[in-house]
Ligand binder design. Structure first.
Ligand code: NAD
Ligand code: G6P
Ligand code: MN
Length: 433
């Protein structure tokens, strides 16, 4: 009987996770689920946790959902720990987005200055979770969804010295759900190969005869077919000439880098009118919690699809089921590189296609990248290392290095001012600085 612990259980994504576990109960016989939150999330935890129990009660399975603010009580003898918390909740994200925009820079949950600060707030917390796990559930797997997922997962391996960790994102799931039909295929006919970093990966696709069909999918997307871009990203097309040269499909987030000017312009327009994504998401969250309060609701509501993380359980629950039942499923995960991407050191965390079984993730070799992609990748990976180190040490100079290296932050006095303002705005959640 399996014990699952979910940290950040008060998230509006919890019904998504429950749906994924219910669907897979036959291969993953869960006995208990512990949803953990903190005082600030107590009300959300109660509402969504009660809803989660209703979902199980409406299923044929006998599973108890425990709600607690006591993380250590929950972690005792856990088999799988999933993390979906947000330090400072959505109000902190509003600051991550609005402060950079107020200086004319991109304000985004995982990219630019906001993404760096989300890492600064989150990494100390995930490392304290790892310390508890060493004591209370030393054999458990940590399945991380908390953003910035790549950096948070790498910090667990590098600074937490915890190897049983897998990082997840729903973006590859969305691409694999939508792209096959753009060329009249189904997913089981195609072979996908992903490589890069979280929110910075590319992929190639092959058909059932081993013929590469990447170009066909690129062409189909320029005929207006939906390639599965997440709900939170404004769809400005990539330059077709660039993709034709690259012969890979970039992830949705590459827009912030390949069409930086246009994405910034769009973000600033929203900042000046309807508000940033975080402000929009606050409304969606309120709607969702109103629905969750309804004692007759016992399944995931449609409205959850408005959130960028839709279908996240397809990654999370399939990863857990694959480890538990040694399924060796192909899942795109953040894991140790081990040579899969030879342009990065073997011990770095990468987001790649992998086979998942009882020993965890086995990254599939992708091979070297062309100069343009290699240059971006190495810049971004080194930027991530600066962020992680600053998050652990609280070194101001290292934080400044990360800012100056980040392509979304023009270097100079304004960069330093944004850094200082964010440090002040998030002081409560940054004891290391
Ligand atoms: P949210 O604001 O609802 O936060 C989730 C819960 O975390 C809240 O109930 C909050 O009280 C709780 N929390 C905060 N600090 C905590 C702590 N120290 N310990 C335990 N719980 C704590 O967030 P959300 O919008 O549901 O997103 C949850 C997380 O998932 C975020 O980090 C978000 O970036 C991430 N996310 C990741 C992906 C992905 O692709 N990997 C997709 C969507 C969301
Ligand atoms: C997906 C990503 C997440 C991201 C989220 C934002 O695009 O994979 O990592 O942060 O959605 O969604 P939201 O609805 O919160 O803006
Ligand atoms: Mn993601």
């Amino acid at each position: 009987p399996v014990k699952i612990v979910t940290i950040g259980g008060g998230s509006s994504y919890t019904p998504e996770l429950m749906e994924g576990f219910i669907k897979r109960y036959d291969e993953l016989p869960i006995k208990e689920i512990w949803l953990v939150d903190i005082e600030d999330g107590k009300e959300k935890l109660e509402i969504v946790g009660t809803m989660a129990q209703r979902m199980w009660d409406a299923s044929p399975y006998d599973v108890k959902v425990h709600l607690t603010l006591d993380r250590r009580e929950a972690l005792k003898d856990a088999d799988f720990v999933t993390t979906q918390f947000r330090v400072g909740l959505l109000n902190a994200r509003v600051k991550d987005e609005r402060i950079p925009f107020s200086y004319g820079m991109l304000g985004q949950e995982t990219n630019g200055a906001g993404g760096i600060f989300k890492a600064f707030r989150t990494i100390p917390v995930i490392l304290s979770i790892v310390e508890d796990m060493k004591e209370l559930c030393p054999n458990a797997w940590l399945i991380n969804f908390t953003n910035p997922s790549g950096m948070v997962t790498e910090a667990v391996m590098k600074y937490g010295k915890w190897d049983k960790v897998i990082g997840l994102c729903n973006v590859p799931v969305g691409a694999m759900m939508k792209e096959p039909e753009t060329i009249g295929k189904t997913l089981d006919q195609l072979t996908y190969k992903f490589a890069g970093l979280n929110h910075f990966h590319w992929h190639k696709v092959f058909d059932e005869n081993g013929q590469e069909v990447t170009q066909q999918i690129i062409d189909a997307m320029y005929e207006g077919k939906d390639g599965g871009i997440p709900a939170n990203i404004h769809d400005i097309p990539f330059f077709k000439e660039q993709l034709d040269q690259m012969q890979m499909i970039p992830c949705g987030y590459h827009r912030y880098y390949y069409r930086q000017e246009e994405m910034l312009k769009h973000g600033l327009e929203e900042y000046n009118t309807i508000g940033t994504r975080a402000q929009q998401v606050k409304q969606t969250e309120e709607e969702l919690f109103e629905l969750y309060k309804n004692p007759d609701l016992d399944h995931k509501p449609e409205q959850l699809a408005k959130r960028g993380g839709a279908h996240y359980s397809d990654a999370a629950c399939e990863t857990i089921a694959s480890i538990y039942a040694n399924k060796n499923s192909h899942i795109v995960v953040t894991t140790r590189n081990n040579g899969a991407v030879p342009d990065l050191p073997a011990d770095s965390a990468v987001e790649v296609s992998a086979f998942i079984g009882t020993t965890g993730a086995r990254a599939i070799a992708f091979g070297p990248l062309q100069p343009a992609e290699r240059g971006w990748l190495q810049c971004m990976k080194n930027m991530e290392w600066c962020v992680e180190e600053a998050a652990v040490t609280g070194d101001y100079g290292m934080a400044l290095q990360a800012f100056i290296l980040n392509p979304q932050i023009p270097s100079g006095e304004t960069a330093k001012r944004v850094l200082d303002e964010l440090l002040l705005a998030h002081k409560k959640y940054l004891p290391q600085f």
